[in-house]
Write a protein of this length. Structure first.
Length: 100
């Protein structure tokens, strides 16, 4: 699996780097999965007091990868509408906020 999200610790600060510079760090399903997994891990990790999100290459993040999303039978918007809420709910519950 390609490392689309890299995490580095610098003391109490975690640096999360989006790593799809050829696509201007646009999100597809694999990158969303890696990003949310990284955030979940950092949310419960002892000693993390801050988080910086940045991108490799020329751009921080172009948003959603429209080429990836256009492959959904219902069109581009359905790709993001169907995928992102699942990842957000997963993060929410893993961080312990889902029980509130």
């Amino acid at each position: 699996m390609e490392e689309l999200v890299r995490v580095r610790r610098e003391g109490e600060v975690a640096l999360v780097l989006l790593n799809r510079p050829q696509k201007y760090n646009a999100f597809d399903s694999e990158m969303v999965e890696q990003f949310s997994t990284s955030l979940i891990t950092l949310a419960v990790e002892e000693g993390v007091k801050g988080l910086v999100v940045s991108g490799e290459g020329k751009a921080f993040c172009a948003g959603g990868d429209l080429q990836w999303a256009s492959r959904f039978p219902a069109g581009s918007p359905s790709g993001f509408i169907n995928w992102l809420p699942v990842s957000i709910r997963r993060f929410w519950k893993s961080a312990g906020w889902g029980s509130r």
